[in-house]
Write a protein that binds this ligand. Sequence first.
Ligand code: HEM
Length: 464
Amino acid sequence: MQNTPIAPDIESDLSQLPLPPLAKGLPVLGSALEMASKPVDFWVEQYNQMGPVFRVKALNRHFTVMAGPEAVQFIVKMRDGVVSSHGTWADFAAESNAPHMMTMLDGESHTRQRRIMRPGVSRSAIVGRFADVLQITDEVTNDYFQAGQSYSAMSFFQLLICNQLGLMLAGRVAGDYMQDIVTTIRTRLNTLVLKNQPRLALKLPGYRRASARMLEFGRLIVAERRARPAPETPDLVDDLMAAMDNELSDCTESDLENMVLSPFIAGLDTVASTCNFVLYALLKNPQALERVVQEADRLFADGIPTPDALEQMTDLHGAVMESLRLYPVAGILPRTALRDFAFEGHRITKGSEILAAVMVSHFLPRFYPEPYTFNIDRYRAPYHQHRQQGAFTPFGIGSHTCLGAGLAEIQIMLTMAALLHRYEFELTTPDYEGKLEQNPTLTLGYKFQVRVKALRHAPITATP
Ligand code: HEM
Protein backbone atom coordinates (compact mmCIF):
# COMPACT_ATOMS: atom_id res chain seq x y z
CA MET A 1 0.00 0.00 0.00
CA GLN A 2 2.95 2.30 0.61
CA ASN A 3 3.36 3.12 -3.07
CA THR A 4 -0.31 3.71 -3.83
CA PRO A 5 -0.71 7.28 -5.12
CA ILE A 6 -3.03 9.39 -2.94
CA ALA A 7 -4.01 11.62 -5.81
CA PRO A 8 -2.62 11.94 -9.34
CA ASP A 9 0.28 14.30 -8.68
CA ILE A 10 0.82 13.74 -5.00
CA GLU A 11 3.78 11.41 -5.27
CA SER A 12 5.92 13.59 -7.57
CA ASP A 13 9.33 14.62 -6.29
CA LEU A 14 8.09 17.20 -3.82
CA SER A 15 11.44 18.78 -3.02
CA GLN A 16 11.75 19.99 -6.63
CA LEU A 17 8.43 21.78 -6.58
CA PRO A 18 8.04 25.48 -5.79
CA LEU A 19 5.72 26.77 -3.09
CA PRO A 20 2.53 28.37 -4.46
CA PRO A 21 2.88 32.07 -5.40
CA LEU A 22 1.97 34.62 -2.72
CA ALA A 23 -0.91 37.01 -3.47
CA LYS A 24 0.03 40.70 -3.40
CA GLY A 25 -1.09 42.42 -0.23
CA LEU A 26 -0.48 45.32 2.09
CA PRO A 27 2.34 45.34 4.63
CA VAL A 28 1.14 43.84 7.94
CA LEU A 29 -2.49 43.50 6.85
CA GLY A 30 -1.73 41.34 3.84
CA SER A 31 -4.99 40.61 1.99
CA ALA A 32 -7.21 40.85 5.11
CA LEU A 33 -9.13 43.93 3.97
CA GLU A 34 -9.79 42.62 0.47
CA MET A 35 -10.85 39.22 1.78
CA ALA A 36 -13.38 40.89 4.08
CA SER A 37 -14.68 43.47 1.60
CA LYS A 38 -14.90 41.14 -1.44
CA PRO A 39 -15.75 37.72 0.02
CA VAL A 40 -16.47 36.26 -3.43
CA ASP A 41 -14.64 38.41 -5.97
CA PHE A 42 -11.31 38.35 -4.13
CA TRP A 43 -10.96 34.59 -4.68
CA VAL A 44 -12.12 34.71 -8.30
CA GLU A 45 -9.70 37.55 -9.11
CA GLN A 46 -6.78 35.74 -7.49
CA TYR A 47 -7.64 32.54 -9.40
CA ASN A 48 -7.76 34.45 -12.68
CA GLN A 49 -4.40 36.09 -11.96
CA MET A 50 -2.48 33.24 -10.34
CA GLY A 51 -4.23 30.02 -11.26
CA PRO A 52 -5.63 27.23 -9.08
CA VAL A 53 -3.09 27.42 -6.24
CA PHE A 54 -1.68 30.40 -4.36
CA ARG A 55 -0.89 31.61 -0.87
CA VAL A 56 -2.58 34.44 0.98
CA LYS A 57 -1.50 36.33 4.08
CA ALA A 58 -4.10 37.99 6.29
CA LEU A 59 -2.66 39.72 9.37
CA ASN A 60 -0.76 36.98 11.20
CA ARG A 61 -2.44 34.09 9.37
CA HIS A 62 -1.16 32.32 6.25
CA PHE A 63 -3.41 30.29 3.99
CA THR A 64 -2.78 28.05 1.02
CA VAL A 65 -5.67 28.32 -1.42
CA MET A 66 -6.71 25.52 -3.76
CA ALA A 67 -9.30 26.95 -6.11
CA GLY A 68 -11.69 26.27 -8.96
CA PRO A 69 -12.45 23.05 -10.84
CA GLU A 70 -8.85 21.85 -10.43
CA ALA A 71 -9.36 21.86 -6.64
CA VAL A 72 -12.73 20.13 -6.96
CA GLN A 73 -11.28 17.34 -9.06
CA PHE A 74 -8.28 16.91 -6.76
CA ILE A 75 -10.47 16.69 -3.64
CA VAL A 76 -12.84 14.21 -5.27
CA LYS A 77 -9.95 11.82 -5.96
CA MET A 78 -8.08 12.46 -2.71
CA ARG A 79 -7.59 9.60 -0.25
CA ASP A 80 -7.77 9.80 3.55
CA GLY A 81 -4.67 11.10 5.31
CA VAL A 82 -3.87 14.06 3.04
CA VAL A 83 -5.99 16.80 4.60
CA SER A 84 -8.17 16.98 7.69
CA SER A 85 -10.97 19.12 9.13
CA HIS A 86 -9.83 18.44 12.67
CA GLY A 87 -7.75 21.58 13.10
CA THR A 88 -10.61 23.75 11.82
CA TRP A 89 -13.24 22.41 14.19
CA ALA A 90 -11.34 21.25 17.29
CA ASP A 91 -11.80 24.51 19.25
CA PHE A 92 -15.47 24.73 18.25
CA ALA A 93 -15.99 21.15 19.46
CA ALA A 94 -14.17 21.87 22.74
CA GLU A 95 -16.27 24.97 23.41
CA SER A 96 -19.40 22.88 22.67
CA ASN A 97 -18.15 20.11 24.99
CA ALA A 98 -18.59 17.67 22.10
CA PRO A 99 -15.40 15.58 21.79
CA HIS A 100 -16.87 13.50 18.92
CA MET A 101 -18.26 16.31 16.76
CA MET A 102 -18.65 14.89 13.25
CA THR A 103 -17.26 17.84 11.30
CA MET A 104 -13.82 17.36 12.87
CA LEU A 105 -13.65 13.58 12.51
CA ASP A 106 -11.86 11.70 9.75
CA GLY A 107 -11.80 8.06 8.70
CA GLU A 108 -13.98 5.29 10.12
CA SER A 109 -15.55 7.19 13.06
CA HIS A 110 -16.57 9.97 10.65
CA THR A 111 -18.06 7.52 8.13
CA ARG A 112 -19.98 5.82 10.95
CA GLN A 113 -21.54 9.06 12.23
CA ARG A 114 -22.50 10.10 8.70
CA ARG A 115 -24.18 6.72 8.14
CA ILE A 116 -26.25 7.16 11.31
CA MET A 117 -27.22 10.76 10.59
CA ARG A 118 -27.91 10.41 6.86
CA PRO A 119 -31.52 9.07 6.91
CA GLY A 120 -32.63 11.67 9.49
CA VAL A 121 -31.44 14.67 7.46
CA SER A 122 -32.24 13.31 4.00
CA ARG A 123 -35.03 14.39 1.62
CA SER A 124 -37.37 11.89 3.28
CA ALA A 125 -37.33 14.09 6.41
CA ILE A 126 -39.27 16.73 4.45
CA VAL A 127 -41.14 15.00 1.62
CA GLY A 128 -43.76 13.52 3.95
CA ARG A 129 -44.03 16.74 5.97
CA PHE A 130 -45.16 19.39 3.46
CA ALA A 131 -48.39 20.06 5.40
CA ASP A 132 -46.47 20.63 8.66
CA VAL A 133 -43.82 22.80 7.04
CA LEU A 134 -46.46 24.92 5.32
CA GLN A 135 -48.49 25.18 8.52
CA ILE A 136 -45.46 26.58 10.37
CA THR A 137 -44.76 28.89 7.44
CA ASP A 138 -48.33 30.21 7.53
CA GLU A 139 -48.20 30.70 11.31
CA VAL A 140 -44.90 32.56 11.30
CA THR A 141 -45.82 34.77 8.35
CA ASN A 142 -49.30 35.56 9.73
CA ASP A 143 -47.71 36.79 12.96
CA TYR A 144 -44.86 38.60 11.22
CA PHE A 145 -46.01 40.35 8.06
CA GLN A 146 -48.34 43.28 7.67
CA ALA A 147 -49.00 44.99 4.35
CA GLY A 148 -47.05 48.23 3.96
CA GLN A 149 -44.46 47.35 6.65
CA SER A 150 -40.73 46.80 6.04
CA TYR A 151 -38.66 44.00 7.52
CA SER A 152 -35.11 42.70 7.72
CA ALA A 153 -35.52 39.63 5.53
CA MET A 154 -32.71 37.75 7.32
CA SER A 155 -34.33 38.13 10.76
CA PHE A 156 -37.54 36.74 9.33
CA PHE A 157 -35.87 33.81 7.58
CA GLN A 158 -33.88 32.86 10.69
CA LEU A 159 -37.09 32.58 12.70
CA LEU A 160 -38.94 30.65 10.02
CA ILE A 161 -36.13 28.25 9.10
CA CYS A 162 -35.27 27.60 12.74
CA ASN A 163 -38.84 26.54 13.44
CA GLN A 164 -39.08 24.44 10.28
CA LEU A 165 -35.83 22.60 11.08
CA GLY A 166 -36.87 22.09 14.68
CA LEU A 167 -40.18 20.61 13.67
CA MET A 168 -38.76 18.31 10.97
CA LEU A 169 -35.53 17.19 12.62
CA ALA A 170 -35.78 17.68 16.38
CA GLY A 171 -39.49 17.04 16.91
CA ARG A 172 -40.19 20.50 18.37
CA VAL A 173 -40.05 24.09 17.21
CA ALA A 174 -37.29 26.20 18.72
CA GLY A 175 -39.61 29.06 19.77
CA ASP A 176 -37.87 31.35 22.28
CA TYR A 177 -34.62 29.43 21.92
CA MET A 178 -34.14 30.71 18.34
CA GLN A 179 -32.14 33.81 19.25
CA ASP A 180 -29.96 31.82 21.68
CA ILE A 181 -29.16 29.31 18.96
CA VAL A 182 -28.29 32.06 16.46
CA THR A 183 -26.09 33.94 18.95
CA THR A 184 -24.27 30.82 20.15
CA ILE A 185 -23.53 29.35 16.74
CA ARG A 186 -22.49 32.66 15.17
CA THR A 187 -20.19 33.56 18.05
CA ARG A 188 -18.55 30.15 18.07
CA LEU A 189 -18.08 30.10 14.30
CA ASN A 190 -16.71 33.64 14.12
CA THR A 191 -14.31 33.28 17.06
CA LEU A 192 -13.18 29.67 16.69
CA VAL A 193 -13.53 28.66 13.03
CA LEU A 194 -13.28 31.84 10.94
CA LYS A 195 -11.32 33.58 13.71
CA ASN A 196 -12.52 37.00 12.57
CA GLN A 197 -13.64 37.95 16.10
CA PRO A 198 -11.54 37.92 19.28
CA ARG A 199 -12.03 34.99 21.65
CA LEU A 200 -13.04 37.52 24.27
CA ALA A 201 -16.54 37.34 22.73
CA LEU A 202 -16.86 33.88 24.33
CA LYS A 203 -16.57 35.44 27.81
CA LEU A 204 -19.30 38.03 27.34
CA PRO A 205 -22.46 37.54 29.44
CA GLY A 206 -24.75 37.66 26.38
CA TYR A 207 -22.94 34.74 24.75
CA ARG A 208 -22.64 32.75 28.00
CA ARG A 209 -26.38 33.10 28.62
CA ALA A 210 -27.26 32.14 25.04
CA SER A 211 -24.87 29.18 25.11
CA ALA A 212 -26.42 27.84 28.36
CA ARG A 213 -29.91 28.25 26.88
CA MET A 214 -28.93 26.40 23.68
CA LEU A 215 -27.61 23.53 25.78
CA GLU A 216 -30.88 23.56 27.75
CA PHE A 217 -32.74 23.21 24.42
CA GLY A 218 -30.58 20.21 23.42
CA ARG A 219 -31.25 18.58 26.81
CA LEU A 220 -34.96 19.21 26.46
CA ILE A 221 -35.07 17.48 23.08
CA VAL A 222 -33.26 14.42 24.49
CA ALA A 223 -35.33 14.30 27.72
CA GLU A 224 -38.64 14.54 25.86
CA ARG A 225 -37.60 11.75 23.56
CA ARG A 226 -36.55 9.46 26.42
CA ALA A 227 -39.96 9.96 27.99
CA ARG A 228 -41.96 8.77 24.99
CA PRO A 229 -42.45 5.27 23.55
CA ALA A 230 -40.35 4.19 20.55
CA PRO A 231 -41.94 5.62 17.37
CA GLU A 232 -42.99 3.62 14.32
CA THR A 233 -41.08 5.95 12.03
CA PRO A 234 -37.86 7.06 13.73
CA ASP A 235 -36.48 10.52 13.00
CA LEU A 236 -32.96 11.95 13.42
CA VAL A 237 -33.21 12.16 17.23
CA ASP A 238 -34.50 8.57 17.50
CA ASP A 239 -31.71 7.30 15.22
CA LEU A 240 -29.02 9.06 17.24
CA MET A 241 -30.39 7.90 20.57
CA ALA A 242 -30.71 4.29 19.39
CA ALA A 243 -27.09 4.36 18.19
CA MET A 244 -25.80 5.56 21.58
CA ASP A 245 -26.07 1.98 22.89
CA ASN A 246 -23.99 0.47 20.11
CA GLU A 247 -22.33 2.29 17.18
CA LEU A 248 -22.02 5.59 19.06
CA SER A 249 -21.18 4.06 22.44
CA ASP A 250 -17.92 6.05 22.56
CA CYS A 251 -19.94 9.31 22.49
CA THR A 252 -20.83 11.22 25.65
CA GLU A 253 -24.22 12.53 26.73
CA SER A 254 -22.95 15.98 25.82
CA ASP A 255 -22.04 14.69 22.33
CA LEU A 256 -25.64 13.51 21.98
CA GLU A 257 -27.05 16.88 23.07
CA ASN A 258 -24.89 18.54 20.44
CA MET A 259 -25.78 16.01 17.77
CA VAL A 260 -29.50 16.64 18.16
CA LEU A 261 -28.72 20.33 17.67
CA SER A 262 -26.61 19.71 14.54
CA PRO A 263 -29.44 20.59 12.11
CA PHE A 264 -29.40 24.09 13.58
CA ILE A 265 -25.62 24.33 13.61
CA ALA A 266 -25.32 23.22 9.98
CA GLY A 267 -28.67 24.25 8.52
CA LEU A 268 -30.01 27.40 10.13
CA ASP A 269 -27.75 30.15 8.79
CA THR A 270 -27.05 28.34 5.51
CA VAL A 271 -30.72 27.85 4.60
CA ALA A 272 -31.85 31.24 5.97
CA SER A 273 -29.08 33.10 4.11
CA THR A 274 -29.84 31.23 0.89
CA CYS A 275 -33.57 32.10 1.15
CA ASN A 276 -32.51 35.69 1.74
CA PHE A 277 -30.42 35.59 -1.45
CA VAL A 278 -33.24 34.02 -3.49
CA LEU A 279 -35.61 36.81 -2.44
CA TYR A 280 -33.00 39.50 -3.12
CA ALA A 281 -32.05 38.08 -6.52
CA LEU A 282 -35.68 37.78 -7.63
CA LEU A 283 -36.56 41.32 -6.54
CA LYS A 284 -33.58 42.54 -8.56
CA ASN A 285 -34.72 40.50 -11.59
CA PRO A 286 -38.43 41.22 -12.11
CA GLN A 287 -38.84 39.00 -15.19
CA ALA A 288 -37.56 35.96 -13.35
CA LEU A 289 -39.73 36.93 -10.37
CA GLU A 290 -42.85 37.03 -12.50
CA ARG A 291 -42.17 33.54 -13.88
CA VAL A 292 -41.53 32.11 -10.42
CA VAL A 293 -44.67 33.74 -8.95
CA GLN A 294 -46.77 32.26 -11.76
CA GLU A 295 -45.34 28.83 -11.01
CA ALA A 296 -45.95 29.23 -7.28
CA ASP A 297 -49.58 30.15 -7.94
CA ARG A 298 -50.01 27.02 -10.07
CA LEU A 299 -48.31 24.92 -7.40
CA PHE A 300 -50.75 25.95 -4.67
CA ALA A 301 -53.88 26.13 -6.85
CA ASP A 302 -55.22 22.95 -5.20
CA GLY A 303 -53.79 23.45 -1.71
CA ILE A 304 -50.83 21.52 -0.35
CA PRO A 305 -48.72 20.26 -3.28
CA THR A 306 -47.08 16.88 -3.71
CA PRO A 307 -43.28 16.59 -3.76
CA ASP A 308 -43.51 15.60 -7.45
CA ALA A 309 -45.39 18.79 -8.28
CA LEU A 310 -42.76 20.87 -6.47
CA GLU A 311 -39.95 19.17 -8.35
CA GLN A 312 -41.57 20.06 -11.67
CA MET A 313 -41.29 23.79 -10.93
CA THR A 314 -38.36 24.47 -13.25
CA ASP A 315 -38.34 28.27 -12.92
CA LEU A 316 -38.39 28.09 -9.13
CA HIS A 317 -35.70 25.40 -9.23
CA GLY A 318 -33.62 27.57 -11.57
CA ALA A 319 -33.96 30.56 -9.22
CA VAL A 320 -32.80 28.52 -6.21
CA MET A 321 -29.90 26.92 -8.11
CA GLU A 322 -28.85 30.30 -9.53
CA SER A 323 -28.85 31.80 -6.02
CA LEU A 324 -26.76 28.89 -4.72
CA ARG A 325 -24.32 29.51 -7.57
CA LEU A 326 -24.01 33.30 -7.34
CA TYR A 327 -24.17 33.40 -3.53
CA PRO A 328 -22.41 30.24 -2.29
CA VAL A 329 -22.99 30.60 1.44
CA ALA A 330 -20.37 27.95 2.32
CA GLY A 331 -18.20 28.01 -0.79
CA ILE A 332 -14.78 27.82 0.88
CA LEU A 333 -13.86 24.61 2.69
CA PRO A 334 -11.18 24.94 5.39
CA ARG A 335 -8.73 22.08 5.95
CA THR A 336 -5.23 21.39 7.33
CA ALA A 337 -2.55 19.52 5.34
CA LEU A 338 -1.61 16.33 7.18
CA ARG A 339 1.45 15.75 4.99
CA ASP A 340 3.39 17.40 2.18
CA PHE A 341 1.70 16.93 -1.18
CA ALA A 342 1.76 18.30 -4.72
CA PHE A 343 -1.08 20.17 -6.34
CA GLU A 344 -0.93 21.74 -9.80
CA GLY A 345 2.86 21.68 -9.87
CA HIS A 346 3.31 23.25 -6.42
CA ARG A 347 4.28 21.87 -3.03
CA ILE A 348 1.78 22.16 -0.22
CA THR A 349 3.54 21.62 3.05
CA LYS A 350 2.41 19.63 6.08
CA GLY A 351 0.55 21.81 8.58
CA SER A 352 -0.58 24.41 5.99
CA GLU A 353 -3.99 25.94 6.62
CA ILE A 354 -5.81 25.22 3.37
CA LEU A 355 -8.81 27.05 1.99
CA ALA A 356 -10.46 25.08 -0.80
CA ALA A 357 -12.19 27.87 -2.73
CA VAL A 358 -14.32 25.48 -4.75
CA MET A 359 -16.95 28.16 -5.43
CA VAL A 360 -14.57 29.93 -7.84
CA SER A 361 -15.90 27.51 -10.50
CA HIS A 362 -19.33 29.18 -10.19
CA PHE A 363 -17.91 32.37 -11.73
CA LEU A 364 -15.92 31.00 -14.68
CA PRO A 365 -17.27 31.86 -18.16
CA ARG A 366 -16.04 28.50 -19.46
CA PHE A 367 -18.85 26.91 -17.40
CA TYR A 368 -21.35 29.75 -17.13
CA PRO A 369 -21.48 32.26 -20.03
CA GLU A 370 -21.95 35.76 -18.55
CA PRO A 371 -21.33 34.34 -15.08
CA TYR A 372 -22.54 37.41 -13.16
CA THR A 373 -25.95 37.42 -14.88
CA PHE A 374 -28.84 35.89 -12.90
CA ASN A 375 -30.19 33.40 -15.44
CA ILE A 376 -32.67 30.84 -14.16
CA ASP A 377 -32.58 28.86 -17.43
CA ARG A 378 -29.01 27.57 -17.00
CA TYR A 379 -30.12 24.41 -15.21
CA ARG A 380 -32.72 23.10 -17.64
CA ALA A 381 -32.29 21.01 -20.80
CA PRO A 382 -30.44 21.39 -23.06
CA TYR A 383 -28.06 23.62 -21.05
CA HIS A 384 -27.51 21.84 -17.72
CA GLN A 385 -24.50 24.11 -17.16
CA HIS A 386 -24.09 22.90 -13.57
CA ARG A 387 -23.50 19.31 -14.68
CA GLN A 388 -20.07 20.04 -16.16
CA GLN A 389 -17.27 18.46 -14.14
CA GLY A 390 -16.27 20.62 -11.16
CA ALA A 391 -18.69 23.42 -12.11
CA PHE A 392 -21.21 23.44 -9.24
CA THR A 393 -20.39 22.74 -5.60
CA PRO A 394 -22.65 24.79 -3.29
CA PHE A 395 -22.85 21.85 -0.89
CA GLY A 396 -19.14 21.11 -0.81
CA ILE A 397 -17.20 18.13 -2.11
CA GLY A 398 -15.36 15.10 -0.78
CA SER A 399 -15.87 13.17 2.43
CA HIS A 400 -17.55 16.03 4.34
CA THR A 401 -20.07 16.93 1.59
CA CYS A 402 -23.28 18.35 3.01
CA LEU A 403 -25.57 15.67 4.41
CA GLY A 404 -28.61 17.94 4.29
CA ALA A 405 -28.31 19.05 0.64
CA GLY A 406 -31.40 17.22 -0.65
CA LEU A 407 -33.51 18.38 2.27
CA ALA A 408 -32.25 21.97 2.01
CA GLU A 409 -33.04 22.24 -1.70
CA ILE A 410 -36.66 21.15 -1.15
CA GLN A 411 -37.03 23.27 2.00
CA ILE A 412 -35.86 26.41 0.17
CA MET A 413 -38.06 25.75 -2.88
CA LEU A 414 -41.17 25.07 -0.78
CA THR A 415 -40.58 28.05 1.51
CA MET A 416 -39.93 30.52 -1.30
CA ALA A 417 -42.90 29.26 -3.33
CA ALA A 418 -45.20 29.68 -0.31
CA LEU A 419 -43.97 33.21 0.46
CA LEU A 420 -44.19 34.42 -3.14
CA HIS A 421 -47.65 32.92 -3.52
CA ARG A 422 -48.98 34.60 -0.42
CA TYR A 423 -47.23 38.00 -0.48
CA GLU A 424 -46.06 40.61 -2.93
CA PHE A 425 -42.70 41.95 -1.79
CA GLU A 426 -40.72 44.97 -2.96
CA LEU A 427 -37.31 46.46 -2.19
CA THR A 428 -37.55 49.33 0.29
CA THR A 429 -35.08 51.22 -1.92
CA PRO A 430 -35.62 50.31 -5.61
CA ASP A 431 -31.94 50.63 -6.59
CA TYR A 432 -30.66 48.84 -3.47
CA GLU A 433 -27.45 46.87 -4.09
CA GLY A 434 -26.77 44.20 -1.48
CA LYS A 435 -23.33 44.12 0.10
CA LEU A 436 -21.90 40.66 0.68
CA GLU A 437 -20.25 39.82 3.99
CA GLN A 438 -18.79 36.71 5.59
CA ASN A 439 -20.62 36.48 8.93
CA PRO A 440 -20.25 33.58 9.51
CA THR A 441 -21.61 32.29 6.18
CA LEU A 442 -21.70 34.45 3.08
CA THR A 443 -24.68 36.70 3.75
CA LEU A 444 -26.44 39.97 2.97
CA GLY A 445 -26.68 40.45 6.72
CA TYR A 446 -29.60 42.08 8.46
CA LYS A 447 -29.49 45.28 6.41
CA PHE A 448 -31.38 43.90 3.43
CA GLN A 449 -34.95 45.10 3.95
CA VAL A 450 -38.12 44.19 2.06
CA ARG A 451 -41.54 45.77 2.18
CA VAL A 452 -44.71 43.69 2.08
CA LYS A 453 -46.55 45.48 -0.71
CA ALA A 454 -49.70 43.36 -0.62
CA LEU A 455 -51.24 40.15 0.63
CA ARG A 456 -51.87 38.05 -2.50
CA HIS A 457 -53.48 34.88 -1.15
CA ALA A 458 -54.94 33.47 2.07
CA PRO A 459 -52.88 31.03 4.17
CA ILE A 460 -52.19 27.82 2.24
CA THR A 461 -53.10 25.56 5.15
CA ALA A 462 -56.30 27.42 6.11
CA THR A 463 -59.32 25.12 6.10
CA PRO A 464 -61.81 26.20 3.39
C1 HEM B 1 -28.43 26.01 1.58
C2 HEM B 1 -28.21 25.21 2.60
C3 HEM B 1 -26.91 24.50 2.90
C4 HEM B 1 -25.68 24.67 2.34
C5 HEM B 1 -25.28 25.64 1.23
C6 HEM B 1 -24.78 23.74 2.99
C7 HEM B 1 -23.44 23.60 2.68
C8 HEM B 1 -22.61 22.71 3.30
C9 HEM B 1 -21.21 22.53 2.97
C10 HEM B 1 -20.45 23.31 1.90
C11 HEM B 1 -20.71 21.55 3.76
C12 HEM B 1 -19.31 20.99 3.75
C13 HEM B 1 -18.38 21.74 4.68
C14 HEM B 1 -16.95 21.25 4.57
O1 HEM B 1 -16.64 20.35 3.80
O2 HEM B 1 -16.10 21.81 5.29
C15 HEM B 1 -21.80 21.10 4.62
C16 HEM B 1 -21.67 20.13 5.59
C17 HEM B 1 -22.74 19.65 6.34
N1 HEM B 1 -24.05 20.01 6.23
FE1 HEM B 1 -24.80 21.44 5.01
N2 HEM B 1 -25.49 23.04 3.93
C18 HEM B 1 -26.80 23.45 3.90
C19 HEM B 1 -27.84 22.99 4.66
C20 HEM B 1 -27.78 21.93 5.53
C21 HEM B 1 -28.90 21.39 6.29
C22 HEM B 1 -30.33 21.90 6.22
C23 HEM B 1 -28.40 20.37 7.05
C24 HEM B 1 -29.12 19.45 8.01
C25 HEM B 1 -30.26 19.60 8.45
C26 HEM B 1 -26.99 20.26 6.77
C27 HEM B 1 -26.15 19.34 7.35
C28 HEM B 1 -24.79 19.28 7.14
C29 HEM B 1 -23.91 18.41 7.88
C30 HEM B 1 -24.32 17.44 8.99
C31 HEM B 1 -22.61 18.65 7.39
C32 HEM B 1 -21.31 18.03 7.87
C33 HEM B 1 -20.94 16.82 7.07
C34 HEM B 1 -19.62 16.19 7.52
O3 HEM B 1 -18.84 16.81 8.23
O4 HEM B 1 -19.41 15.04 7.14
N3 HEM B 1 -26.65 21.22 5.85
N4 HEM B 1 -22.93 21.81 4.31
